[in-house]
Ligand binder design. Structure first.
Ligand code: MLT
Length: 313
């Protein structure tokens, strides 16, 4: 059984693969679509992160392909319909990098509020302008969590530890389930109206795509702050940039962008934006856990066993 790893995978995953006698692998990153199509027939399994985008052509070219393993959570870069049509099982690692993502969310919240990135650059440029960087505290503020799944709840617990009140919006969660975690579940508009800071933890669907836009921003408090460690396509970047320039949105902490790397993105370089290059899952611990878990899932499928995290079952 032969696996192609087409994005960088944590060493722990490769080490696990090395121990398996009946499985071999090639790690070939940065391949173009045509290069991928040319070599796909050689492989029974494909392991990717967010860089590779297995579309219908790539999947169809995989005449021996049985499984695509997404080392991470989001499967928006995979044509799931094509995979299902071709009988290709898609698996992911839904919880392995969640703590890293929650911690990155808090890192951006703290950085935004205390001007960490801006003041770091200023000191590096030889300045010592303490008065320019008087921040705000998380303590006592209301955090609005949009998407109250596993990561949203990890963020909630950490925000509560900072003394924040948390409200959440999620059509798939009950008021009671949220209340058990001391969280008030609100309709989206209700959350937008009361939150001092908003953090996105939703997946991209027809319903959520560009849900942060001029209209939803107009329903937010003046001076609200926004964090996005989920997916860039949740945000209309032009309309958020306009709101950051007008001051309606005081600051944004952005780890993800509409296209990655960002192309002509109006948010890049704005003085009130703290941006990072999709590092949510990039902790050593998360990469090790994701690497091991995706190898386990892919090998299960190749051996004819039922995987634990079967996305297109
Ligand atoms: C995920 O979906 O797991 C994260 O965005 C991390 C990644 O893309 O590698």
């Amino acid at each position: 059984m032969k696996i192609l790893i087409s994005d960088k995978l944590g060493q722990a995953g490769l080490d696990l693969l090395d121990t398996l006698e009946d499985v071999s692998y090639d790690m070939k990153t940065g391949l173009s679509k045509d290069e991928l199509i040319a070599i796909m027939p050689e492989y029974d399994g494909l392991i990717i992160r967010s860089g590779t985008r297995p579309d219908a052509d790539i999947i169809a070219a995989g005449s021996n392909l049985k499984v695509i393993g997404r080392a991470g959570i989001g499967v928006d870069n995979i044509d799931l319909e094509a995979a299902t049509k071709h009988g290709v099982t898609v698996v992911n690692t839904p919880r392995a990098n969640s703590i890293a993502t929650a911690e990155q969310t808090l890192a951006l919240m703290l950085s935004m509020n205390r001007f960490t990135a801006q003041s770091h650059a200023s000191v590096g440029a030889g300045n010592w302008n303490r008065g320019d960087y008087v921040g705000t505290e998380l303590y006592g503020k209301t955090l609005g969590v949009i998407g109250f799944g596993y990561i949203g709840r990890l963020v909630t617990a950490r925000a509560q530890a900072f003394g924040m009140k948390v409200v959440a919006a999620d059509p798939y969660v009950s008021v009671e389930a949220a209340a058990e975690l001391d969280v008030e579940l609100l309709p989206l508009d209700g959350l937008l109206a009361v939150a001092d800071m908003i953090t996105l933890h939703a997946i991209v669907t027809d319903e959520t795509k560009e849900m942060i836009n001029a209209e939803s921003i107009s329903k937010m408090k003046d001076g609200v702050m926004l964090v996005n460690v989920a997916r860039g396509k949740l945000v209309n970047e032009e309309e958020l940039a306009a709101a950051l320039q007008s001051g309606k949105v005081a600051a944004a902490g952005l780890d993800v962008f509409y296209s990655e790397p960002p192309e002509n993105c109006p948010l890049i370089g704005l003085p009130n934006v703290t941006h990072t290059p999709h590092l949510g899952a990039s902790s050593k611990e998360a990469q090790a856990a994701v690497g091991i878990q995706i190898v386990e899932q892919v090998v299960k499928v190749l051996k004819g066993e039922e995987p634990d995290y079967w996305v297109n079952k």
